[in-house]
Write a protein that binds this ligand. Structure first.
Ligand SMILES: *Cc1c(COP(=O)(O)O)cnc(C)c1O
Length: 473
């Protein structure tokens, strides 16, 4: 049928006025779907409305094909597992840190049951929310106290709101007026918190004297923001944490450092990785509070951790706003297992972020070579290459861990087209296109995904969506 809908008024199943089929007729033709019926109906309505505005050639079959494509797109928006072959270990678009097996099991168990979320089993009554994890985090950070909110941005907002409630000014270096990821700009967070920014120094150089001149009766907080996602080189200077802390204390003003990445281990143990200040180090150097993310180098769930002075942490928890930022039991369960792993010294083998960062080049190479051999039956040229992998997620921007990848080149498919087909597969495989090839980095692929990856590549080379079920649902 090669005619526009508008030219088939006699079609009994079509809308007699505009030639677009009825919702019922299309639903019948689609048959059963894995998606809930209201989702399917909404997609049919939306597609048919679009066809009414802008008819296409092809009649009923084309309309159904359009609806199927729309359902496939909708279905692909559902949260699902993707194979991360980008080499970026903490990829914000992929949900940053994958959880370890112990944390995952803890989440599943607590999720399916009741838990002592804020119940004191000793006293038999209402207790502190997350009391154990707060205690464990305080130990891990060598802090008097710690608490947890929804993410690091929330942690920072809470700290700012509390400490600038009466004295509004926050003293911050111009070199730290940064943007961290999408939609997180320090000056905007300050503004949203009701704080007034008092910028000091210049983009590339700030001295202790700059801070000293800016601190006055209106200063509520001196803030340092760790440059976690970029670096500056050349004619650059910023006072160390200890110097700023000493000055702030001399003037009786609290000092907080936003670390972001939350490395609680010596990152420079890992080849190619620069040293990163730990929360414990920052507190030892005199910060009153430190804030960091749960799902970056800590390797846990999305969370914002605040550690430091017991008085300040207790006051933060009394803020009415704290209630709006709290974590759910799933985050607590995952964080508890993650923090326990750090304290028990099992993090290096238990937390996927660390396992990935520590994977040796020869091990990665062996996997890449096995995969290259498995792919020899397909019409694709495969080259095993080495190159740097990034940590990502706004962490350790200067670090480049040596990594191993396979680079695919197909005679019939452009690299970007092959990458697109891999991304459209089931499961979606996300690689990169570099030097005219489709590149799949092994550092971020779980060894258990290697067989899946071989099949996904085979399917992509064979034409794309074969692995998708009917309607891709
Ligand atoms: C990543 C980062 C944040 C934001 O953390 P979220 O947990 O994503 O809210 C804040 N500050 C710094 C320095 C960061 O690196």
């Amino acid at each position: 049928m090669k005619q526009a809908f508008v030219s088939q008024p006699a079609d009994p199943v079509a809308d007699p006025r505009r030639g677009v089929p009825s919702v019922e007729r299309v639903l019948q033709e689609l048959g059963p779907s894995a998606l809930p019926r209201p989702i399917v109906v909404a997609e049919v309505r939306r597609t048919l409305a679009a066809l009414r505005r802008e008819p296409v050639q092809g009649g009923f079959d084309a309309a159904v094909a359009r609806v199927r494509a729309a359902l496939r797109s909708r279905s692909r928006q559902r949260l699902q597992v993707v194979v991360n072959a980008t080499g970026v270990v903490l990829h914000t678009n992929f949900g940053r840190a994958p959880l370890g097996a112990v944390a995952t099991a803890a989440v599943a168990e607590v999720a399916a049951n009741y838990g002592n979320v804020e119940f004191d089993l000793e006293a038999g009554g209402r207790g502190g929310r997350g009391a154990y994890v707060e205690h464990a985090l305080a130990l891990l950070c060598e802090a008097e106290a710690a608490t947890v909110v929804n993410n690091c941005a929330a942690a920072l907002v809470l700290v700012l709101r509390h400490l600038t409630a009466s004295r509004r000014e926050v003293v911050l270096s111009r070199g730290e007026l940064v943007q961290i990821g999408g939609g997180f700009r320090i000056p905007e967070i300050l503004e949203a918190s009701g704080a007034v920014l008092r910028e000091v120094g210049t983009t590339n150089r700030t001295t202790v004297e700059d801070y000293a001149r800016a601190i006055g009766p209106a200063t509520g907080l001196v803030l340092k923001v760790h440059r976690s996602n970029f670096f500056m080189d050349g004619f650059v200077a910023a006072p160390p944490t200890a110097a700023i802390a000493a000055l702030a204390h001399e003037r009786g003003v609290p000092f907080a450092e936003d670390l972001g990445s939350g490395a609680v281990f010596a990152t420079d143990e890992i080849a190619g990785v620069e040293p990163e200040p730990t929360p414990a180090e920052v507190l030892r150097h005199g910060a009153d509070l430190v804030t960091f993310s749960g799902d970056k180098l800590l390797g846990g769930p999305q969370a914002g951790i605040i550690a430091g002075s017991a008085t300040l942490v207790a006051a933060l928890k009394r803020e009415p706003f704290f209630r709006a930022l709290r974590c759910d039991k799933l985050a607590f369960a995952a964080l508890q297992a993650t923090v326990d792993a750090h304290l028990a010294d099992t993090a290096a083998t238990e937390l996927p972020v660390q396992v990935m960062l520590r994977a040796s080049e020869p091990d990665l190479r062996a996997r890449a070579e096995r995969m290259a051999a498995a792919l020899s039956v397909y019409p694709v040229s495969v080259e095993v290459t080495t190159g740097p992998a990034e940590i990502g997620g706004g962490c350790l921007p200067r670090s480049a861990i040596p990594s191993v990848a396979i680079e695919l080149a197909s005679k019939s498919l452009a690299p970007a087209a092959l990458a697109r087909r891999l991304a459209e597969g089931d499961p979606p495989v996300i690689g990169t296109v570099a030097r005219g090839r489709c590149r799949l980095d092994f550092r971020t692929v779980f060894p258990s995904q290697d067989d899946t990856l071989v099949r996904a590549i085979g399917t992509a080379l064979a034409g794309g969506e074969a692995a998708d079920g009917p309607q891709g649902a």
